[in-house]
Design a protein around this ligand. Structure first.
Ligand SMILES: Cc1ncc(COP(=O)(O)O)c(C=O)c1O
Length: 361
């Protein structure tokens, strides 16, 4: 038996009728750029999250750029973020010639350690960018309090967490701007690159819509230096077909995570979700001592695994000039050595899960 990590093919087969019909409609209309499906999807995302504005865009990476550009992050400004995430989190800060200032993570959630943020605030700090890693929101009450005290903006990199909640609300309600990714293997994925920016702030929303089309506020008139960062209409059509199934899929992911935890918590360090929040389980990530050997065993057993991520951000070569060293963020560094993500998708069968769990014995 070969187990599929994200099982996108199975998902397509399940929703094929709706997805194919939606794509065909776009082909019939030939409105490939900013077709009606774009605004329709944005309306659905607003309903889903109760946000005032959802603005779709070309990727989760571009969503971060749009968010920071809307907040007018300038060269030399500092943005505080986690030392343990996908590169895009910090790369986009650096691309705008701002400075990513890293903070270590919490052992139990892999998210930024809110108790260490304030020590990183300087007169140059403009924003805090927590990441909802593996699908779980960070300590947003604590982060908001620090942001309020120092007059900082908060952007949540929710690339992995669309649909997660904090105190029963979508994360957009706990920040200035929330961004997400619709990369195919994300909990809510399209069939190519895609993303969205969500906010309750009317001014930011207007600016993000303008920035998304080259800063254009009137045809061929450009108010800002912007990006070509629209979502393709075909991708919106795919997402419109998938969205009605998404609540059920999140529940199924949560059930998979629960089953993993029930069976594995006495064997390895399993991930935990803090009280008052829910995770979308973009990844189910355990910690193991001898990762190389465990991965080899899983490979032989036909079970794919992945490492998110093998090197923390502060030790990436591209950030050499920031002068962090091994030991700067010990908790992020040990996570990078020990994390192992197991197959996670809403369609894992009982037999598949038993096969995976067996391999730990
Ligand atoms: C935490 C995080 N931020 C940003 C991104 C970037 O999203 P995208 O791949 O859609 O550009 C990702 C996607 O992998 C991510 O996991």
């Amino acid at each position: 038996m070969k187990i599929d990590f994200a099982n996108l093919q199975h998902q397509y087969q399940l929703y094929k009728t709706e997805i194919d019909a939606n794509i065909q409609k776009v082909l019939d209309n030939s409105n490939y750029i900013m077709g009606d499906e774009i605004r329709e999807l944005e309306g659905e995302l607003e309903k889903f999250t109760n946000a005032n504005h959802a603005i779709t865009c070309s990727s989760g990476t571009d969503a971060l750029l749009l968010a920071m550009m809307a907040l007018d992050i300038q060269p030399g400004d500092e943005v505080i973020t986690t030392a343990f995430s996908f590169i895009a989190t910090a790369e986009t800060i650096a691309l705008l010639k701002a400075v990513p200032v890293f903070v270590d993570i919490e052992e139990s959630t892999f998210n930024i350690d809110a108790s260490k943020i304030e020590a990183a605030v300087t007169s140059k700090t403009k924003a805090i960018m927590p990441v909802s890693l593996y699908g779980q929101p960070a300590d947003m009450d604590e982060i908001s309090a620090i942001a309020n005290k120092h007059n900082l903006r908060v952007i949540i990199d929710g690339a992995q967490s669309f649909g997660a909640t904090y105190k029963n609300q979508a994360e957009v309600h706990y920040c200035d701007i929330y961004t997400t990714s619709f990369f195919p293997s994300k909990p809510l994925g399209c069939y190519g690159d895609g993303g969205a920016v969500l906010t309750n702030n009317d001014e930011y929303a207007e600016k993000i819509k303008t920035l998304r089309v080259h800063g254009q506020n009137k045809r061929y008139h450009h108010k800002y230096i912007g990006l070509g960062a629209r979502l393709d209409t075909i991708q919106a059509a795919v997402l419109l077909a998938k969205l009605p199934h998404y609540v059920g899929e999140i529940k199924a992911r949560q059930a998979v995570a629960q089953k993993y935890s029930n069976n594995l918590e006495s064997i390895v360090t399993t991930p935990s979700v803090k009280k008052g929040r829910t995770s979308t389980w973009a990844q189910y990530t355990v910690r193991v001592d001898n990762r190389g050997r465990v991965q080899e065993k899983f490979n032989k057993g036909g079970v794919p695994t992945a490492v998110h991520y093998p090197l923390s951000l502060h030790l990436q070569e591209c950030f050499k000039s920031l002068k962090y060293v091994v030991g700067s963020f010990p908790i992020a560094e040990s996570a990078a050595e020990e994390v192992l993500s197991l197959p996670m998708n809403p369609f894992l069968t009982k037999v598949e899960m038993e096969t995976i769990i067996q391999l730990f014995n």
